[in-house]
Design a protein. Sequence first.
Length: 329
Amino acid sequence: MKILVTGGAGFIGSCFIRHELKKHPDYKIINLDALTYCGNIENLKDIENNPHYKFIHGNICDKSLVREIIKEVDCVINFAAESHVDNSIKTPEIFVETNVSGTLNLLQASKELGIERFLQVSTDEVYGTLGKDGYFYETTPLAPNSPYSASKASADLLVRAYHETFKLPVLNTRCSNNYGPYQYPEKLIPYFISKLLKNEKVPVYGDGLNVRDWLYVYDHCEAIDTVLHKGKIGEVYNIGGHNEKTNMEITHLILEAMGKDETSIEYVKDRPGHDRRYAISNDKITSELGWQPSITFEEGIKLTIDWYLNNQEWIHSIENKKLNYAKEK
Ligand code: NAD
Ligand code: DAU
């Protein structure tokens, strides 16, 4: 199989390419990535010379480039996105450009050129927020609350429309919060680790009692592989591991692992429109496709914190890039 992975030099996309080449060494993967501020080619250093892997530096909104690449592949898996909620509150335009128009461009080329599978990687945030009880199901109405989640929900609706109208063979996954190696240090876990490494305080938004449902990144990758191979065309699959934690619980875990205490916490102004609770039902993917998370949260979070502590150079090089970028501006 020959697969186009978009956004493969980001957090989940890079882990997916590594996972896929290990699991299916005969597959060929093209990675199309614009290397925006969070795309990092170093994330795939270990496989850069694999003859089954090819990197193309480019934008999913580029019509002719996307057509040229899609001519060569059997499947498209779209990870490329602006992915940070806080950025979407400050600069929503780029979220619509990449997440909506970029997805539309991929869908249109896939339709015109004929593709075996188009898998859209989406998020549980399209469902909005939950109260104390209940779960997000695939049938839960879409009710996004941030410009980021609104752009992802819009893309999901286009994916659905291309199936209904043009019979494009689509699949759509919606996963909960991922954690693991190579996550850009703007997201909760790597950001807090990077702050504590500099002996700075960690900024907890609001009361810190918002709940996220955490899944180890390689379990997400295996779920995507499962949906790609066994998923029913036109269907949506939720992905999650039933690991609901408040932000305070995550913060305390990190503080403890790094030998810090409560004095390293700073409570700051809440994120506008901050979703209170996410919790995903994975009944459909577990019962219909037989996927299960492979590791517990306790194992995964230990692996993750250890990875960042053992790869501080990776964090430093990103921080240096951020400084240079700010100077250039
Ligand atoms: P990320 O921000 O780490 O990576 C995004 C990648 O997309 C980067 O390499 C970036 O350079 C690339 N990119 C951005 N705009 C592009 C464009 N116009 N053309 C080509 N490449 C472009 O994101 P992530 O956390 O790895 O998320 C990947 C996907 O998974 C996203 O679609 C996101 O919505 C979804 N998702 C993320 C999570 C999570 O917890 N991180 C959970 C569920 C779903
Ligand atoms: O649910 C899946 C989503 O998870 C993905 O679709 C998104 O791409 C991904 O970024 C993530 O979104 P969140 O907003 O949940 O992740 P983030 O790491 O930004 O924040 C997690 C929680 O931690 C959230 O409740 C806000 C809080 N937070 C975050 C940061 C960065 C803080 O309290 N302080 C912080 O500095």
